[in-house]
Ligand binder design. Structure first.
Ligand code: PEP
Ligand code: MG
Length: 757
């Protein structure tokens, strides 16, 4: 059964178009289950009905035409219940609806399962048979497994379909993701390709066969050159027989094998990439179908060669491309390097397939004030390239080829957005004080965006979190102690006399150093933050000494330890600090070595329960609400699939944050918060009400939060908090905070997506 399942999934994935994939699917399922009919219906949410997409057994003429309402017939029932229906006499079921146009009168047995992806019903698979029988448990499980396997492929296909419609109809299409940095971007898509894959290549025709042939020949030549270089480089280190593989590769590249086949496709009008895709995928399935395991293995070689040629084909195209003026960067997994490559002033927005709102790359887009959305499922990326786009990162919508009317509406919204921003900026240098006189220290989260960060001590009261790891990430190796010292000194001096809280190296999780491999199955629960540096005292000591030395004569440094989960880690860190002081004092006896305040981050739930002890050991703590939420709710902060569950407004998170505030007050320990929650105006209100008087946030949030709190009374925030803490869901909490803002004439902060149809 497993082999059949795999064979079906593989064959379907190798089909060039959605239609052929579905046709292949229904045929294979019908044959595998030895039935007389298999059909697949797709949900069309624009018309609230299902459309017959492919069938083996029903009237083929009805494909693409026959539709059945969401609440009609057995197909509708399967989708409504989101569970299989398995019955011997379909006609005797009260929900059976006879549809003469599909010719299903002859069938009795009926087994159907929904195709569900991320809680959304994408379609329904139906298997029918003339004899009246209930399908076996095995058959039912087989169909359920198949449907689950295919769900993501079909979700992908669904998006492709949206895009295809857009291509043919020139209508605006819209895709939905999760907002990660608010704002609106109007611009042109620029796709940065992930690891190339034939799946991401959409079949396209191109009339200029000569040009396409030239591109292909050029890509083949570049691939040959690559193989020559590779084989020359390896000639000393691997045996001669092994080098023969390159000869085989060169032969495969020959005009007579690959070339000839591609030529046929080019003559049929396919563009070079499509022609290559068709030929390579066909070859792969031919090799896969072979019995001989050795020959079967050659499918891997064919794929490798194909991908290398494809890589050169795409590169040739990209070589002549430059970033458009308003680039909407589209990529599979965003990295800081990708952001850095876009010329200054050209980046309007970002769309990333993977990641989620609290991943570090996402925090970076927020820090830069660039609208971004995450988690648009399985995009066929290349198809977006060059298209006009509107990115509405308030509602998480991406509009492809927007109509002029829509563009005008969004231009209007962008204008309103910039007027509002002007209001924030007008007050950004005023004191952060509530209407009833509570002074709040607003601090900066810095370190992430090294190129454009400017110290502006008029807007903030210093730095509440300096992420030192970002600089380590940009370097090709661990920086020396002296390099670090110079750099830290520059940072401390630029904010002087305001305090700068420098966090020691926090790598692991989703923050990797190219030159220090950490490969783990479960990186967020693995070797992260302080765990790494305590295991490498030489790295930790270098950093501590560089920080302390940089602080000589300035005195505005505070040191913060990330990811502390137990008292041993506090003690070991303090011991290493003592060692650093001792060594520095010994080396520089003439210098007065100042001992900065030391703090711990509260990111791991265990830390919240250790405050009575830790308050005696360290000077301050700062809540890292991003990680604290992740660990408290057991939701990977960078996984788009569970992004909905990552919610710092979850009552449990709020109650923990309040506990921290109460206990820190009780144990007289200075406390702050430096996660993303503090930069969200609604989050800031709740935190102030809990007693937080130091909030650290991205530069782009500072003026907004300041503007909001200057219009409210802390006593009103406290009343709001009491209500919020009594709620049992994040949704209820957010409803209350939203209403509160509206009642206090701050509703203009909320963009309502309904404004744009
Ligand atoms: C946090 O976890 O809230 C935090 C501020 O640290 P980072 O986002 O860098 O992990
Ligand atoms: Mg953290």
């Amino acid at each position: 059964m497993l082999a059949t399942l795999r064979a079906i999934a593989e064959s379907v994935s190798q089909q060039a178009s959605l239609d052929s994939a579905l046709a292949c699917f229904v045929k294979m399922v019908k044959d595998a289950m030895k039935t007389e009919c298999c059909s697949i219906y797709f949900a069309d949410y624009s018309q609230d009905n299902f459309v017959l997409m492919a069938t083996r057994g029903l009237n083929p003429a009805a494909v693409g035409k026959f539709r059945i309402g969401f609440t009609e017939g057995l197909v509708g029932l399967v989708a409504q219940r989101e569970e299989p229906i398995n019955i011997a006499f379909a006609k005797s079921h009260p929900r059976f609806k006879l549809s003469p146009e599909v010719n299903e009168e002859g069938f009795n047995a009926f087994l159907s399962v929904p195709v569900v992806h991320q809680k959304k019903v994408l379609g329904v698979i139906v298997v029918q048979q003339k004899i009246a029988r209930v399908f076996s448990q095995d058959e039912e499980s087989f169909l359920i497994t198949l449907s689950a396997q295919l769900a993501s492929q079909l979700a992908h296909a669904e998006i492709k379909e949206v895009l295809r419609q857009d291509e043919f109809s020139h209508q605006t299409s819209v895709l939905k993701g999760v907002s990660s940095a608010p704002g609106i971007a109007i611009g042109q898509a620029f796709v940065i390709l992930p690891k190339l894959d034939f799946k991401s290549i959409e079949l396209k025709k191109d009339e200029n066969c000569t040009e396409q042939r030239r591109l292909f020949t050029q890509a083949v030549a570049a691939t040959r050159k690559e193989f020559n270089t590779l084989s020359m480089t390896l000639s000393d280190s691997i045996p001669k027989e092994a080098l023969a593989v390159f000869e085989v590769y060169q032969q495969l590249l020959d005009a007579k094998s690959l070339g000839q086949n591609v030529e046929v496709q080019l003559l049929e009008g396919w563009c070079a990439k499509s022609a290559l895709k068709i030929v390579i995928e066909r070859l792969i399935s031919q090799f896969n179908a072979m019995q001989d395991p050795y020959i079967k293995e050659r499918a891997v070689d064919v794929k490798d060669i194909g991908l290398r040629v494809l890589h050169h084909l795409v590169n040739t195209e990209h070589a002549v491309k430059s970033y458009p003026k308003n680039t909407v960067l589209i990529t599979n997994t965003l990295t800081p390097a990708m952001l850095a490559e876009v010329p200054k002033g050209h980046l309007a927005g970002v769309v990333s397939v993977n990641g989620a709102a609290n991943s570090h790359a996402s925090i970076l887009t927020r820090a830069m004030g660039i609208p971004a959305i995450w988690g648009i499922e399985d995009l066929p990326l290349l198809q977006f390239d060059g298209k006009p786009m509107i990115l509405d990162a308030y509602s998480g919508r991406l509009y492809i080829s927007p109509s002029q009317m829509l563009q005008d509406e969004y231009l209007q919204l962008q204008h309103q957005e910039s007027l509002l921003n002007d209001k924030f900026v007008a007050e950004q240098e005023c004191d952060a004080v509530t209407l009833d006189g509570e002074h709040i220290s607003l601090l900066l989260n810095a370190g992430l965006e090294l190129n454009t960060e400017k110290a502006n001590t008029k807007v903030c009261d210093g730095v509440g979190l300096y992420r030192t790891e970002a600089w380590f990430m940009q370097k090709g190796q661990f920086p020396s102690q002296i390099e670090q010292e110079n750099w830290y000194r520059e940072v401390l001096a630029s904010y002087h006399p305001e305090p700068v809280v420098m966090r020691t190296l926090d790598i692991g999780g989703d923050k990797a150093l190219d030159y220090f491999d950490i490969t783990e199955e479960n990186p967020f629960l693995g070797w992260r933050g302080i765990r790494v540096t305590l295991d490498h005292p030489e790295i930790f000591l270098d950093q501590l000494k560089a920080m302390v030395k940089a602080n000589i004569g300035l005195g505005n440094l505070k040191i913060m330890l990330p990811m502390i989960s137990g008292t041993e880690e506090v003690d070991e860190s303090l011991a290493l600090l003592e060692q650093a002081y001792f060594e520095l004092e010994e080396k520089y006896p003439e210098q007065a070595i100042e001992r900065p305040e030391i703090g711990v981050m509260l990111e791991v739930p265990s830390s919240v329960f250790m405050l009575p002890e830790w308050s005696k050991k360290v000077d301050f703590c700062s809540v890292g609400s991003n990680d604290l939420t992740q660990y408290l709710l057991a939701v990977d902060r960078s996984n788009a699939r569970v992004a909905d569950l990552f919610n710092p407004y979850h009552p449990a998170v709020l109650r923990v944050l309040q506990k921290v505030a109460k206990e820190c007050q009780q144990y007289e320990m200075s406390f702050s918060l430096c996660g993303e929650l503090g930069g969200d105006p609604e989050g800031a209100l709740l935190l102030i009400a809990m007693g937080y008087r130091r909030l650290s946030m991205n530069y782009s949030s500072l003026s907004k939060v300041k503007w909001v709190l200057r219009r409210l009374k802390a006593s009103d925030m406290e009343a709001l908090l009491t209500e919020c803490l009594a709620q049992s869901t994040a949704k209820q909490v957010l409803r209350l905070t939203r209403n509160f803002m509206i009642e206090h004439q701050l509703g203009e902060l909320f963009y309502t997506p309904n404004q744009v149809s």
